[in-house]
Structures are given as C-alpha cells and as structure tokens.
Design a protein around this ligand. Structure first.
Ligand code: FAD
Ligand code: NAP
Length: 329
C-alpha cells in the first residue's frame, strides 16, 4: 500500500461548481469556433466535436468537467411552441479548449432514424425519416454561427476537489465518452501540472470505426504512464479471437488488471452513456464481493446473492453510492 492509498478517504469531496447561471427563458449566445468529426473511421453514425466560444457571457470560466449545458434550437415544434433546450455533456476540461475557460466543447451525435411508434396511438406503419431537432442543429453549425446556450447543469458528476486523493475508473459507451475527454484533459493536461493518479478509461463502441477521440486518447496514453485507454468493441471479434463484449464484460475478463484497483479505497467509478450500463456493472461488483464499496443495497435484497439479482431488483433496490458516479440515460 502506498502512502497516498493509506491516507485517502473513501468518499470523495467533489469540486465546487456553479449551476443554472443562465436559464432557459434567457439563453445567452455563443459562437461556434470549430466543428469536426471525432470518429475514428467511416460509419453509419455521425458524431462531431463542436467548440463554442462563450466569452463575455456569464458562462465564461464557470464550467467544470463533467457538467452539461443546454442548447436551445431555433424554430418551433409541431404544436407551434418554441423548441425546448436539449442538454449536451461538456467535452472540455474546466480550463476550456483554450486554456482560459472561454471555449467549451461537446460531442453531439446526429439523431437520424426511421420513424417508429413512441407512444400509444402512434401509427406503426409510419417509417418516414426521423431527424432529431437539436443534435442536427448543433452538428450543422459552422464556425462563426451563433448558438443559444444555458447552464451549467449538474453537480454530482464531477471530479473531486483534490483529484490526487483518488484513482479513476471511467466507463463509457458512445457519446458517453464526452465528459471523460474533459476529465482526462483536466487530470493530465492541467496548467498546474499533470495528476499522477491512476486513470483507466474504457470506451464501448459497436465497431472500431465508431470510436470517438481515439487519436487524442491514444496520445494521452502514450504521454502519461498513469493513464490507460481501452477501446471495447461489441460487434467485432477481439484480437485474441474472442467475441465482442460490453465494458463490464471487459472489466470482468481483465480482473487480473482491475481487481486491485477496484478493491482500493482510492478508486472512484464514473459511468456515462447508455441507460442499462449500470446493470452489468452492479451485478459484476456484487459477484466479485465489492458491492458494498460502491453501491447502496436496499434491505429487501440484502440476503440475496448478487449473482442472482434480477434486473428489476437492480432497478428498484440498488443505488450507486458516493464512490460511483452515474450519468446514464
Ligand atoms: P429530438 O428531436 O428531441 O428527438 C428525440 C425524441 O424523439 C426522443 O426523445 C423520442 O421521443 C423521439 N424519437 C427518437 N427516435 C425516434 C424514432 N425513430 N421515431 C420517432 N420518434 C423518435 N447527446 C449527444 O449527442 N451528445 C452528448 O454529449 C449528450 N449529452 C447529454 C447529457 C445529458 C445530461 C443528457 C440528459 C442528454 C445528453 N444528450 C447528448 C442527449 C441530447 O440531450 C438529446 O436528447 C439528443 O441529442 C437528441 O436530441 P434531438 O433534439 O436531436 O432529438
Ligand atoms: P453507440 O455508439 O451505439 O455505442 C453504445 C455501445 O454500448 C455499443 O457498443 C453497444 O453495443 C453497447 N451497449 C449496449 N447495451 C449495453 C449495456 N447494457 N451495457 C454496456 N454496453 C452496452 O452509443 P451512442 O449511440 O453514442 O449512445 C450513447 C448513449 O449515451 C446514448 O443513450 C446517449 O444519450 C447517452 N449519453 C449520455 C450522456 C449523459 O447522460 N451525460 C452523455 C452523452 C451520451 P451493441 O449496440 O452492439 O449492443
């Protein structure tokens, strides 16, 4: 056990942050300064890295990695009401893309699909193209264009006030990588010097071509021996010939690497991406005897073997504790 490990407290004291400085009734105007695909290869999906200058607005310098902001798309909905804001995760560190907190960024994925019934009464034979309003607005913007913003949002999915007191296991799927880009840059490229804590980032994607920020993350891993980046592909065979897998399955297969880290009181787990990710992780933590370190388990199932937890029990009776941060939807 090293010194830092023995002195670390289990529960993190999260960094202070501001929220709701700009509300939806009076969004401020930011200016797009960059927009580029952040995908590794050609894919049926389209995800961009969009950078926005917020200087001169109350948002300047006020974001923390892990928070989100609102985008208010122009125009009106089918009922003639102004479009509501949509939230997007900050992909930048607290010091911004520019080092001064003036330029923030995010990772919008174009929502494009064939229409399918969403509510009772929807016509099941309607399969016309469905184009999401705000994700496509954001992805269409070009440098120089204005965009209406609110925020910041979120006060739980944050790094600790003193990041050196903890190690970090980041689990993401798809655009859930956004906050971890910001957090990894915050930890490793902070103007006051890199954090030496262990940081392990797992990124789940359907195909290798769908990986996001792959070059940046590989570069960070080359520069910083305390940072490891693990792409986890679900629909392609692994290099060792094994089947594709999800992030929690990767974690379980590589417990030789991760068990000690999971057992350490320094470790914090952050999860961002698809709703449903937590089920696999919670069950795994239960199976390997570490549920009480990261989860809150209701008394009703305290006597049930975690390997036998049903999806419903997990949904209703298991909550993440202070060492496990969740941002899934
Ligand atoms: P909308 O026009 O709002 O359409 C979506 C809605 O349309 C759905 O709610 C559903 O009811 C309906 N719908 C969906 N598919 C179909 C279909 N096939 N047929 C008919 N109806 C359909 N997104 C990102 O891309 N990147 C991020 O970093 C990100 N961060 C987020 C952070 C938070 C905290 C939250 C809550 C959300 C985040 N999102 C992110 C999601 C984002 O807020 C939007 O929900 C997403 O971009 C879709 O918005 P849209 O306006 O394009 O789609
Ligand atoms: P995507 O590219 O489709 O990748 C998702 C990956 O996760 C796929 O490899 C998928 O595998 C896998 N997967 C499916 N079910 C899983 C499960 N139960 N556990 C673990 N992995 C699973 O992702 P995307 O379209 O970008 O979607 C990302 C999700 O994150 C969206 O729901 C988005 O709204 C959400 N998100 C949330 C936040 C936030 O809350 N702050 C921020 C950004 C994004 P298969 O498809 O092969 O089954």
């Amino acid at each position: 056990m090293n010194d830092a490990l023995s002195t670390a407290t289990d529960e993190p004291i999260l960094a202070d942050c501001s929220i709701h400085l700009v509300g939806p009734s009076e969004p401020v105007t930011g200016r797009v300064v960059g927009s580029a695909s952040c995908m590794k290869g050609k894919s049926a999906s389209f995800v961009r890295h969009v950078s926005i200058d917020v200087s001169g607005t109350p948002l300047e310098g006020r974001f923390r990695a892990g928070q989100s902001f609102g985008v208010v798309p122009p125009g009106v909905d089918e009922k003639g009401r102004p479009h509501k804001l949509r939230l997007y995760s900050l992909a930048s560190p607290s010091f911004g893309e520019d080092g001064a907190g003036r330029v923030i960024s995010t990772t919008p994925k174009r929502l494009i699909a064939e229409r399918s019934p969403q509510r009772t009464g929807d016509d099941p034979s309607d399969h016309r193209l469905f184009v999401g309003v705000c994700s496509n607005h954001l992805c269409d913007l070009r440098p120089g264009d204005e965009v209406r913003l609110t925020g910041p949002s979120g006060k739980r999915f944050l790094l600790p006030a003193d990041p050196s007191r903890h190690d970090y296991l980041f689990l993401s799927t798809g655009t859930g990588i956004a906050p971890f880009r910001g957090m990894a840059l915050e930890l490793l490229r902070h103007p006051s010097g890199p954090c030496r804590s262990r940081v392990e980032l797992l990124m789940g994607s359907p195909y290798a071509s769908d990986l996001l920020y792959d070059d940046l993350l590989r570069g960070l891993a080359r520069e910083h021996p305390n940072f490891a980046y693990h792409p986890v592909i679900s629909r392609e065979r692994r290099e060792d010939g094994g089947p594709g897998e999800y992030v929690h399955q990767f974690l379980e297969r590589r417990l030789d690497r991760f068990r000690e880290m999971l057992e350490s009181p320094r470790t914090l787990i952050y999860v961002c991406g698809l709703a449903g990710m937590q089920t696999g992780l919670f069950r795994l933590l239960g199976r390997i005897g570490l549920a009480d370190r990261y989860l809150r388990i209701a008394e009703e199932i305290a006597g049930v073997d975690p390997a036998q937890w049903t999806d419903e029990q997990i949904h209703r009776r298991v909550r993440h504790g202070p060492r496990c941060m969740m941002e899934v939807y």
